[in-house]
Design a protein around this ligand. Structure first.
Ligand code: NAP
Length: 285
């Protein structure tokens, strides 16, 4: 049972976590700290948080669990504000989509990553933002990746693991670099492609026609381009190197597809499409 949970960033990801914990009666009191007053008030009215804090210091005062759930560009500032204000038994975790930048931010603020800071990343979400978009079932049957460092405190790791399991997730552990490479390919690149495709089409003169006559495939593929632009700007900047590598590989694949079409090589195209279909069908229903 978490006595006092400080939620720094009361958005979709953090609010969904506390909703799930509240449903399981696994948290007694949630204090929220954020940016916009409107979202915080809404979170209070919805019962997501029990109290609004006006500073990070007030939010973390007496908290045994601190969850940092802001866009990556805001993490370092929050670390700086909580420095020297945390209780001795406080466990700190985050939900950021890139882990190296969180570790680097912690190193820069605290000199070494505090043993009771356990970096984390839930592999769940929607293209919606804010407390009002949150729901308790978001993590049911989903994975949460924790990237604990060598100096981690085992008790803190166990508490963060237990928290996510109570929220319905399966917890897996991974190295920081491995996490960032895997997520660059499976999440960050698809978002980049969706934003790029929608932008390219929207800037064409005939864009009204394109959006009007776009079939289900375009709608499915472009859904994630509705995600919060600040969050995705921060992710792309924080995961630059792995993202550039995976983008380079993908560009080569696109070049191959282009050559096949140019060469009227339908057999090669069929082979590529069949390989891709088989790979996808093997992993998803
Ligand atoms: P969100 O719904 O937009 O929530 C972020 C919250 O942080 C907002 O309420 C925002 O306040 C607040 N905030 C922004 N800057 C702040 C600052 N400087 N100080 C205090 N609060 C600040 O975003 P989210 O989807 O929950 O994402 C949060 C984190 O989760 C990100 O780091 C993202 O990488 C990670 N993540 C997201 C997903 C996903 O699919 N969405 C999945 C996994 C992980 P306002 O309400 O005033 O804007």
């Amino acid at each position: 049972m978490i006595q006092r949970l400080a939620l720094l960033g009361v958005g979709l990801i953090g609010s969904s976590l506390v909703r799930a914990l509240k449903e399981k009666q696994a948290v007694q009191h949630v204090v929220g700290y954020g940016r916009g007053e409107k979202n915080l008030q809404e979170a209070l009215e919805l019962g997501v948080i029990d109290e609004i804090a006006t500073s990070v210091a007030d939010a973390v005062d007496g908290a045994d669990m601190v969850v940092v759930a802001v866009p990556l560009g805001a993490v370092k500032g929050l670390f700086a504000e909580m420095k020297g204000k945390l209780s001795e038994n406080a466990v700190v975790t985050d939900v950021g989509s890139v882990k190296w930048s969180v570790v680097r931010d912690a190193q820069q603020v605290f000199t070494t990553v505090p043993p009771r800071l356990i970096p984390g990343h839930p592999i769940a979400g929607t293209e919606k933002s804010g407390a009002a978009a949150s729901f308790a079932e978001l993590y049911q049957g989903r994975r949460v990746i924790l990237t604990p460092l060598d100096n981690r405190d085992e008790d803190a790791l166990q508490k963060v693991t237990a928290m996510w399991e109570l929220a319905g997730a399966e917890v897996v552990e991974m190295g920081v670099q491995h996490h960032d490479e895997v997520l660059a390919a499976t999440s960050h690149l698809p978002h980049l492609l969706a934003y790029g495709l929608v932008d390219a089409l929207a800037r064409q003169d005939a864009h009204r026609e394109i959006f009007r006559f776009a079939a289900g495939g375009f709608r499915d593929f472009s859904r994630i381009a509705s995600s919060d632009p600040t969050m995705w700007r921060d992710i792309a900047m924080a995961n630059r190197k792995p993202l550039l590598e995976t983008l380079d590989q993908f560009r080569k694949e696109l070049d191959e597809v282009e050559s096949m079409i140019q060469d009227k090589d339908g057999d090669a195209l069929l082979e590529l499409f069949s390989r891709a279909k088989q790979a996808r069908d093997e992993h998803y229903e």
